[in-house]
Design a protein around this ligand. Structure first.
Ligand SMILES: C[S@@+](CC[C@H](N)C(=O)[O-])C[C@H]1O[C@@H](n2cnc3c(N)ncnc32)[C@H](O)[C@@H]1O
Length: 481
């Protein structure tokens, strides 16, 4: 039997069971669930306003509802995000769940066993959890896991879900489209639940994330009404609530630090240049210290047109997703891998933004891009931090901000004072440049002729408000990346 939660001597009366009844087919009920339903004094279930409970149907079809069992139908007052309740949708639901808990407590106080049926698994987006929270301080509770609809849907789709280092993201289709798209773009495999009216927005998010072509739609999994379609083929007017989208994983492989993946995918076989494509550009940009309001318009515009963004995952998460944008998120100790990937992509003709929080020149990614050691004949762009000729674009106001940074100490292995202070303006390597300019006294040394720079692609820095500005003025903790 599963663990029983009851909080101390306050526990009293009958026993509460949260019982998962599986995704739809009665023969996907577990033996434990069947036994408890068949012997309970009270069987409770949530139902829509039209009085339909899939969970009740399942146990009824399995022949588990005794004639003398007490049934408690808990009918939702609202089923969509709107309600006439003064505290809104969630206020109406909170009131409803309190009322449900009170009804069930009456039975428990009288010493009756109460089974609350849950479609799939009770603790996975199940309404059981709300009565669970209300009743477990006072009554013994046992949770019986069930076969979740995710498993039934992937089985129906006949698709592998996650292999090796694939990550799986579970998403409610009720999230805003942009948020869905971002999360879909940042994962390998995904399932999107709670469809129905949300379906058009979910399909748009799949498109923006670039995963629409491999997304599979399944409705009424494991039942005679089961249907499996490519998402692109679904009629959005006919999508029921009991449906899901599954995006199969990619069989990603990596070592525990996430390094091997970058090395494996890009070191041995860097992206090959598209035939006839001119080399692209690496832009090193700073997102500012916090919300979108701290990102400069210049950075925002740039992020709207590059084909790839590369960066530490929490910062990359701040970049909105859109069609055609490929994201390359990584952990926080792989700056050189990120830089190498960006340069390889640019060499293959892609325009890339390498993002940092705050300013990229202040303990950010600029140093990693500029100081990358040469590998595989890839032009290193090290020492490129200061072109010998004056920057083609005027240094911005605030170019003295770097001196503020030098008053902070940091052990960042990828940032030197040289590069820190060389990124206070914005400049673009002149197109058509075929070799590094001669060293300017006091500036970084240019690469030797034996390490040539690729003609025509450049690095451009877009400075922005560094994190430490906010840290100083708002008293928040400084962040150094
Ligand atoms: C509130 S969640 C409940 C999930 C459930 N507790 C579980 O473990 O599967 C309801 C969502 O689950 C998904 N779902 C449940 N049963 C399904 C089925 N048989 N086929 C497809 N999707 C299903 C749908 O996305 C639906 O909107």
């Amino acid at each position: 039997m599963s663990a029983v939660w009851a909080e101390g001597p306050a526990a009293r009366g009958g026993h509460l069971y949260g019982v998962g009844v599986g995704p739809g087919s009665p023969d996907l009920l577990t033996l434990r669930a069947a036994r408890l339903v068949a012997t309970a004094d009270v069987v409770a279930y949530h139902a829509g306003r039209r009085g339909s409970s899939q969970a009740r149907r399942i146990v009824d079809e399995a022949g588990l509802l005794r004639a003398d069992v007490v049934e408690e139908e808990l009918v939702y007052p609202v089923t969509t995000g709107t309600s006439g309740h003064e505290a809104g949708y969630y206020g109406a639901l909170a009131e409803f769940y309190d009322a449900c808990a009170e009804r069930l407590a009456t039975h428990l106080d009288a010493g009756r066993s109460v089974v609350v049926l849950a479609l799939g698994d009770p603790l996975f987006y199940g309404s059981f959890m709300y009565v669970h929270d209300a009743l477990r301080p006072h009554h013994p509770v046992t949770v019986v896991p069930g076969v979740t609809a995710v498993a039934a849907v992937t089985a129906a789709a006949g698709t592998n879900l996650c292999l090796h280092e694939d990550t799986l993201t579970v998403l409610p289709g009720t999230l805003p489209t942009a948020e869905l798209a971002r999360r879909l773009a940042d994962t390998d495999a995904a399932v999107v639940l709670k469809l129905g009216r949300t379906f058009p927005a979910v399909r748009e998010a799949l498109r923006q994330a670039g995963v629409l072509a491999r997304a599979v739609y399944v409705e009424h999994a494991s039942t005679p009404r089961e249907r499996v379609l490519q998402v692109t083929e679904v009629d959005e007017a006919e999508v029921p609530y009991l449906s899901m989208v599954v995006v199969p994983g990619q069989d990603r492989r990596a070592d525990a630090a996430g390094r091997a993946w970058v090395e494996e995918q890009h070191a041995d076989s860097p992206p090959s240049p598209r035939a006839g494509a001119a080399p692209g550009t690496v832009h090193v940009v700073g997102l500012g210290p916090g919300g979108a309001g701290w990102t400069t318009p210049e950075t925002t515009r740039l992020l709207e047109r590059v084909a790839h963004v590369v960066g530490y995952a929490p910062y990359l998460a701040r970049v909105p997703q859109r069609p055609g944008l490929t994201r390359h998120a990584s952990g926080n100790t792989v700056e050189l891998d990120r830089a190498r990937l960006a340069l390889d992509l640019a060499r293959a003709g892609e325009d890339v933004a390498v993002v940092s929080g705050g300013d990229p020149g202040v303990f950010g990614m600029a140093a990693a891009v500029l100081e990358l050691p040469p590998t595989r004949g890839t032009p290193p762009c090290r020492s490129a931090s200061t072109p010998a000729s004056p920057p083609p674009t005027r240094p911005r106001p605030g170019s003295g901000r770097c001196s503020g940074a030098t008053t902070h100490s940091s052990t960042s292995p990828t940032t030197s004072s040289r590069s820190r202070c060389s990124w206070t303006g914005s400049w673009r390597w002149p197109s058509g440049t075929s070799s590094w300019p001669a060293t300017t006294p006091g500036r970084a040394a240019a690469p030797t002729p034996s390490v040539p720079c690729v003609t025509g692609w450049s690095s451009a820095s877009v400075p922005t408000a560094p994190s430490w500005w906010l840290g100083t003025s708002a008293g928040t903790e400084s962040r150094w990346r």
